[in-house]
Design a binder for this molecule. Sequence first.
Ligand code: NAI
Length: 774
Amino acid sequence: MNIHKVAVIGAGVMGAGIAAHIANAGIPVLLLDIVPEGATDRSQIANTALAKLLKADPAPFMHKKNARLVTPGNIEDDLPQLADCDWIIEAIVERLAIKQDLYRKLAAVRKADAIISSNTSSIPLHELVAGLPEDFAAHFMITHFFNPPRYMRLLEIVTSEQTDQDAVEKISQFCDFKLGKGVVPCKDTPGFIANRIGIFWIQTAIQEAIDMGLTVEEADAVVGRPMGIPKTGVFGLSDLVGIDLMPHLMRSMNRSLPTDDPLREKATIPPLIQNMIDTGYTGRKGKGGFYRLNRDGGQKSKESIDLQTGEYSPSQPAKLDSVKAARDGGLQALIAHPDKGGQYAWRVLSQTLRYAAALVPEIADDICAVNTAMKLGYNWKFGPFELIDQLGADDFAQRLEADGQDVPPLLTMAREHGFYRHNENETLYLQPDGTYLPLQRPPGVLLLADLKRHAEPLLENDAASLWDIGDGIACLEFHSKMNSLDPLILEMIEETVEFIPHHHKALVIYNEGSNFSAGANLGLLMFAAKLGGWDEVDKMVSGGQQAYKTLKYAPFPVIGAPFGMALGGGCEILLHCDALQAHAETYVGLVETGVGLIPGWGGCKEMLHRWSTNPRMPRGPLPPVLKCFEIISVATVAKSAFEAKDYLFLRHTDGITMNRDRLLADAKARALSMVEGYQPPEPPVFHLPGATAHVAMEMAVNDFRAQGKATPYDAVVAQALASVLSGGDTDMTDTLSENDLLALEYAQFTQLVRKPETLARVGHMLETGKPLRN
Ligand code: NAI
């Protein structure tokens, strides 16, 4: 992609985060900032920023070793080093004169085809390049990252007629493939797309909540989940990003917003909020925000602010019938409901969606760009035009009219057929000229959601489906609650393995839920345990072992394509695949000990096999066993696909895809590449040390107990794990088969699961989502 070296100037919040993410792509990056007055270390700001990056949580680096790719420096001594950079990103203070001053210096040192971009959130492109050499302007654009740069998928790109098209293409490709971003082209208008609509939405939701006398909990309950927006809603979101940020962004946008823009009316900051900012109540980074944790008396309790009086009191969950109605009846039921939640929902949605509809084509060429920007920049599940389609474009327009509001021209055009139309085998979207164009994904982007709209599954039950994704490849999709693994999924695995050889060549295991899989269905386990249905529980353990083994020895390649969380049984299924193509943001781990269990679906066995055949492992019987114990006993979760390779949850040969939208196509390509001459793996044999290893692990547990790091029940679970990993009653001269190891897992798992302490852990996890330390 011709970008081999990058420089980021400005080592503040954004610059440092962007530099870390460029390093995540494996590209060396210079990180420069000013020389602080009187400093002995002239690169102090960038050096400190790098040190902070390594401590930040969530981690900006996908692997700590990536920090080595970042070279800190300063703009006085290190400018000559920019001469061989292919891309120079400016992320300094939001002041036009200071930015332009820097650009003049960059113009003098950059190589001929180097691309310069600004991360500005509010200064128009034409102002940034005004007065600069033509050739500089041709290689200049705005690349607007969202905070935090590793995790927020949106990248808005603003260019002008002057911008060199090859340069735009080069940066777009790099950001898409290497940084995993959803690249959205925007016009040179204030706040681009996401902040223009996002700020309007936040300001509207806050002001209406104050005007209507809603509590912050009520407002967030309406504006969050029922609209497919994270449950932080608007007040929780403002606390997260900083309450002072919005007025700041508002003010700078106001300088360039059209004089009749409805956002201008929203620009006033309510006295309550101004007072919060003035007194340091700026959100989570300050003394608290709309919500705060009160730690008085050593107890933590959640409080929220009264939007009328500014007083804090204990947070009360919202009780709104409209929110309940939305659970079954969706968005339509929400806005139709007569209670204050329903009225509030309509006021916020009607204004926000109408505003969005009036902004195309002013801020973007098409509705798809706007939808994507809101989904990737504000984590909305649906974009504004998808929300209008859910309400029915005509119904929405009618209610606007009934309210005496203008209907924007684009919405008028959508009244008959909506913004999106679904034909038998394609989806079309409405363009600003009133015609419909087929929705086309870029090459290398394959989405199950698209395919499902026009196809029938090959096999299906309530928890999983099998789809034909073309070229002889099938895709197994989980769709149970949290994609947890249950007997229906195990059944589907067995059926799939029988089905595929007749019609297909290979299998990809992939889905488009929030996470790949949260692990075995603990709710089901708890239910069976409460009824004393131990036979059912035992059957689920042996059924899982059998299904995963069937998958492993299937006569065709099986590729796992995880993303998000892949925990417990969700990790074990991956350990049984021939290869993985993982999204970079995959968080994988064997977390069973957290709920008082051990991996029982072949996880111990596969990890032992991987570590004992790992060429980097020191020789001898003990090291691989101890390594597995170290990883599994403390429920280690890798924080990225790169880190997962350190634990051998991923093999070193497994592929990593940076862009979530490219995962399925990459996994499919990998599957195809493995078809010819495919042979299932040879069953492993084990030589394990038995009692000697067990003693070593017992000593380690005793140490942890003595240091207060392990609870009494942790020790019991660790003992069970040690029994499996040591090979049980064996020694190095014995040969154990895969089935012997599975039998050990089964014996220990089925004993642990019957213990009240384990059930207490499982129950607590189901109720709170957190481990119980009993
Ligand atoms: P910041 O205040 O955290 O960092 C700015 C850095 O620039 C400081 O380290 C400062 O020492 C340095 N700096 C100032 N003048 C300089 C110069 N002449 N040469 C080199 N370094 C210089 O600011 P932040 O938040 O990182 O913002 C940077 C840019 O990113 C701004 O244009 C902002 O609008 C934009 N942005 C900010 C977002 C955010 O959430 N904070 C989100 C998206 C864009």
